[in-house]
Design a protein around this ligand. Structure first.
Ligand SMILES: [Fe+2]
Ligand SMILES: [Fe+2]
Length: 411
């Protein structure tokens, strides 16, 4: 038997069997769990209004209390159940988690710097550290994917490989979770993605950072990074076969156009293909020496249009669903001409995200950068709060810089 409880009545020791929304839209990895910490309790309160608690599987001293607290289900519609927690509530959670995620990213980056230096010097790669940082990243993702995704927008020009690896890892784990993988597999894909380009440390800087097209020989050298990385991990030991396969195969494509082995279809490992797709997406949205960044929205549209044969139409569609129509970090123009940056999604309405406003309709920057939840705009004014277009970062001048300042102003 399950009892419907107001989330404010839930306490530690209770077994939550069901939420008022799909599990996949929640930060919880397990479908049914005993609330064990205050943190889990806080997460529940941020996510739901009601939950269904199983008294038999809860701590024995709580069973009669649960039955007493149970509210009658008067058949409120599913829409009422799926109502979002108030925007203010979500903003607060977002700010808190952004600060935490920033901290973890900084730690991960410092760790990667050491790891890459070691690898460059021919030392062995310390796998225990990779495991630790991936687990920490995964924990923040599970609590607030929006804050973690926001971080992906924040990068400096000269931090290509390290930050690209962190981004690919975070996005791959978010994607894996969306695909319904279990915690162990999500960690594995996160590790594989974090290490996917480790072979690049063996590439000469003149090739890696070349400002201009690569010649044939340089391309061949660049393409050897997948095998180089695989070899390095073989030598260092302590890495699972699955992680090594991701590193070796992340440039293989379903139509055989990839490398190093030109594999086809199901010869390619599923996780390696997912990391390959995320890698391509992050490369398109990042600022690289030879290609200026494009907006997350355009990158998804372009993958849909051109990469079906390489990754499979289904996988791309699922990735787009996972990222949202307007991925976090997208700069959008509203019908009024005002501009904002997507900072969070509304689960019920993907076309109406939460925006941080950066420019008013006359093109003047907002000094305080208000947060606006497009889904909660009602009546006549709702028409003014509609997205007209997603913008490219370079259409928006120093948007990247702005987004960094904006994010800092949030914390
Ligand atoms: Fe690569
Ligand atoms: Fe990469």
């Amino acid at each position: 038997m399950k009892c419907k409880l107001r989330v404010t009545d839930v306490s530690t020791g209770m077994y939550v069997a069901e939420l008022d929304r799909p599990w996949l839209e929640s930060p919880f990895l397990f479908q049914g769990f005993v609330v064990e910490s205050r943190r889990e309790l806080a997460q529940l309160r941020e996510t739901c209004q009601y939950v269904y608690v199983n008294p038999e599987r809860s701590r024995s001293d709580l069973q009669s209390k649960i039955r007493r607290l149970a509210v009658l289900d008067r058949g409120e519609g599913a829409a009422a159940h799926a109502a979002e927690p108030p925007a203010e509530h979500r903003f607060r959670a977002f700010k808190r988690e952004l600060a935490r995620a920033l901290d973890i990213r900084e730690k991960t980056r410092q760790y990667l710097d050491v790891l890459m230096d070691d690898a460059r010097l021919g030392k062995h790669v310390s796998i225990q550290g990779v495991h630790t940082v991936v687990t920490e990243m995964l924990d923040t993702i599970l609590i607030n994917p929006a804050a973690t995704l926001w971080l992906i927008q924040l990068r400096d020009k000269d931090e290509h490989t390290a930050l690209h690896s962190i981004n690919t890892s975070v996005l791959s784990m978010i994607f894996a979770r969306h695909e319904g993988m279990n915690r162990e597999d999500i960690e594995t894909i996160g590790m594989g993605a974090l290490l996917h380009d480790i072979g690049k440390v063996r590439m000469p800087k003149s090739v890696l950072m070349k400002d201009g097209p690569l010649d044939r020989e340089e391309w061949d050298m660049m393409r050897s990074h997948a095998e180089q990385g695989h070899r390095m991990l073989n030598q260092s030991g302590g890495v699972s076969e699955q992680v090594k396969t991701i590193v070796l195969q992340h440039h293989e494509r379903l139509d055989g156009s990839g490398y190093p082995q030109h594999l086809h279809d199901n010869q390619i490992d599923r996780m390696a293909l997912m990391v390959g797709l995320v890698d391509a997406y992050d490369a398109m949205t990042g600022d690289w020496p030879n290609s200026p960044p494009i907006s997350p929205h355009k990158a998804l549209a372009s993958l849909r249009k051109t990469a079906g044969a390489q990754f499979g139409v289904e996988l791309i569609e699922r990735f787009i669903r996972c990222m949202g129509v307007y991925p976090i970090g997208t700069v959008v123009r509203l019908t009024t001409g005002a501009k904002g940056i997507v900072v969070s999604h509304n689960r019920a309405s993907r076309l109406k995200p939460v925006l941080m406003m950066v420019e008013d309709p006359r093109g003047e920057p907002y000094r305080k950068r208000p947060l606006v939840d497009l889904a909660s705009q009602k009546g006549e004014s709702a028409g003014n709060w509609q997205i007209q277009q997603a913008l490219d970062p370079h259409d928006f001048g120093d948007e990247r810089l702005r987004s960094i300042t904006a994010a800092e102003s949030l914390i």
